[in-house]
Write a protein that binds this ligand. Structure first.
Ligand code: SAM
Length: 166
């Protein structure tokens, strides 16, 4: 969830945006979900809070330090059994074909050397009727409408790149 490391707690509009994204996944009780580029694991906790019945959410990231931080937070939050973290490369996923019901890849493709390989891997590990959520924010066009005072610095720092179109 982009911006979770900028502000704590995250801005309400960003949370609403993520709620909307997850609703598009149509999460079902037996779903096994993969999050490619999970960073420190906030997305996994947000998803499990929304859908506690989910069978498994695996957060994968190429950066071992981020995965270590994710595991520390997971322990502090009570070690939910349906969350797992793993070091791995989104361009060569360590899973068999058709393994996941849903795949999330948020704000991550743009960091990869070969995003097409990552998309092919996401397709490979998805079940035939699976759903992938691939999300990227166009930061230059982003406008926050939050009334959160904490967020005002972010709004101000971005105001030079906000354009009005008529
Ligand atoms: C901007 S963060 C996005 C984190 C989170 N998904 C979000 O929406 O906020 C990008 C993440 O992608 C990870 N990453 C970059 N290249 C990767 C790769 N080839 N495989 C897996 N993760 C990768 C980085 O370590 C980083 O945690």
């Amino acid at each position: 969830m982009a911006q979770e490391r900028f502000l704590n707690p995250p801005m309400p509009d960003v949370l609403a945006q993520w709620k909307f994204y997850f609703e598009q996944l149509n999460v079902q009780p037996d779903d096994v979900v993969l999050d490619v580029g999970c960073n420190t694991g906030d997305t996994e906790h947000f998803l499990i809070n929304m859908y506690p019945f989910v069978k498994k959410v695996i957060g994968l990231d190429a950066d071992i330090k981020r995965i270590q931080a994710a595991i520390e937070t997971w322990k502090l939050r009570g070690k939910q059994g349906n969350i797992e973290f793993l070091v791995g490369d989104g361009m060569a996923l360590p899973f068999p074909d058709h393994y996941f019901d849903k795949v999330i890849c948020a704000e991550t493709l743009e960091w990869m050397k070969d995003p097409k390989a990552a998309i092919a891997e996401i397709k490979r590990v998805l079940k035939p009727n699976g759903i992938a959520l691939i999300q990227h924010t166009d930061w230059d066009q982003t406008v926050y409408t939050t009334s959160d005072v904490q967020a005002s610095w972010l709004y101000k720092s971005r105001s030079s790149s906000i354009h009005a179109y008529k």
